[in-house]
Ligand binder design. Sequence first.
Ligand SMILES: *Cc1c(COP(=O)(O)O)cnc(C)c1O
Length: 217
Amino acid sequence: MAPALDRIRFAINRAERLAGRPPGSVTLTAVTKQQPWEKVLPVLQAGQRAFGENRVQEALGRWEGAREAWPGLELRLIGPLQSNKAREAAELFDVIETLDRPSIVAALAREAERLGKALRVLVQVNTGEEASKSGVAPRDADAFIAEVRRHEALRLEGLMCIPPVDEEPAMHFALLRKLAQRNGLSVLSMGMSGDFETAVRFGATHVRVGSALFGAR
Ligand SMILES: *Cc1c(COP(=O)(O)O)cnc(C)c1O
C-alpha cells in the first residue's frame, strides 16, 4: 500500500485537467534521497518507476543492481555533479538533470562516448540567480544549451530549475518554460512537494516529489 502515492497521482491528474493538458502528460519523479528502503519499496511495488536522487554515492548504494528486479526503472540525478563522479553517474543514471558548467558537460560527454550510449541530460537553470544554488544564469542559458548540443554523446531533452524558497514559484516556472520554448526543448523538470500543482499549470513535464510522498527526511 502506498496511499501518499495515490494522493499525489490524483493531484497531478487534477492539475493536468485544470490546465487543459492531456492526462499522463506529467511524469512523477519520486525523490528517494535520505529515505529508507522500507519506504521506497511499497512505492516501487505500486508501479512507480521514475526516481530522483541527489547524490551519486547514495544512489549507487540504493539502486545498483536494482534494474533486474524492477524493469522500466528510470533513475534521474537531480543534485549537483562533480567531475570526479561523472563516470559513476553516467553508468548508473538514465538522465542527468543538473548540467551547469562546461567542465561537467565535457566529463559526461567523455564517459557517455566510452559507454557507447547517448546520455539523456537536462540543463539546470538558476532562475533566481542565487549565489547558493547551482545552475546557469538565465542570460547564459542559450549559449550553454548550444554548447551541450555540440556533443553527440549527450542527448539534451530539456531544462530543470529549483525556485528560491522565499519567492512565488510561478514566475520561475514561466521563465524556465520560455527558455525551453525558445530553444526547442520539450522537457521541463520543475515543481516539488510544495508547488508541483503550480508547476503543472506552467507546463512541467516532470515534477520531483520527495517529502509529500515519503514523509520528512
Ligand atoms: C530534495 C529535492 C526535491 C524534493 O523535494 P521535496 O520538497 O521533498 O519534494 C526535488 N528536487 C530537488 C533538486 C531536490 O534536491
